[in-house]
Design a protein around this ligand. Structure first.
Ligand code: NKO
Length: 200
């Protein structure tokens, strides 16, 4: 019963489309119609600019944190925390408010692992930043960072449940980036510009 409540509550929280809300509130723009048409922080940056992107990232990551905390509050076991986190990610990716469409789950997954394994989170975040800096492909950075998460947890000797959770979360991130992967392979994925840059 606890688990059902944790999963439903976290799924509903995860479903909140922050990218859509921030876009509408701050710029009167529907992110689903511009750029990559994704509702994540990257497309918010691309279409709306750095500040809206910051808010989308923060609130999307917060949904993952809230999922874990709901598991903590309503049950307390590691498994319940992971169930809450996973339900929040699923809500973000397949939102009940968006006819089961949604985002890629990168920021929300980061929120979850930030609570359960801060050390591994720091490493994957740094790797993500380096890949974005050197290649300018955010999608590539997210895919590599996600794949690295379970490896880091394993190398750091984290709990086995955390490792399995990270494998599934990484697979979610990767499958949600399918359109990006197709564009990357065709050499058509747009690179992200540095803030304030006038270069294409
Ligand atoms: O619009 O399709 P797009 O080009 O926007 O976007 C591709 C992008 C989508 O993701 C986002 C979220 C950006 C969040 C920035 C912080 C990232 C830190 C990354 C760590 C990855 C952790 C995954 C953990 C899995 C277990 O990719």
């Amino acid at each position: 019963m606890d688990y059902l409540l944790i999963i439903i509550a976290s799924y509903l929280v995860g479903s909140i489309p922050n990218g859509l809300i921030v876009g509408k509130l701050m710029r009167g723009v529907d992110l689903r119609q511009f750029g990559s048409k994704n509702i994540g922080a990257t497309n918010a940056y691309r279409v709306l600019g750095p500040w809206p992107a910051f808010w989308v990232f923060l609130t999307d990551a917060l949904k993952g944190i809230v999922g874990v905390l709901l598991g903590q509050l309503l049950s307390g076991t590691a498994l319940a925390q992971l169930a809450g986190g996973m339900a929040a990610i699923a809500g973000h990716n397949w939102s009940i408010y968006l006819k089961f469409k949604g985002g890629r789950g990168v920021a929300t997954s980061l929120g979850v692992i930030a609570v359960i394994t801060p050390q591994a989170t720091l490493i994957v975040f740094i790797v993500w930043m380096l890949i974005v800096y050197f290649t300018r492909y955010v999608s590539l950075a997210s895919i590599v960072a996600a794949a690295l998460a379970p490896v880091c947890i394993w190398l750091l000797g984290g709990q086995q449940e955390f490792f399995y959770f990270a494998v599934v979360a990484a697979l979610f991130v990767i499958i949600r980036h399918r359109p990006n992967v197709e564009r990357l392979l065709k050499g058509e994925e747009p690179k992200i510009k540095a803030a304030g840059s006038t270069k294409d």
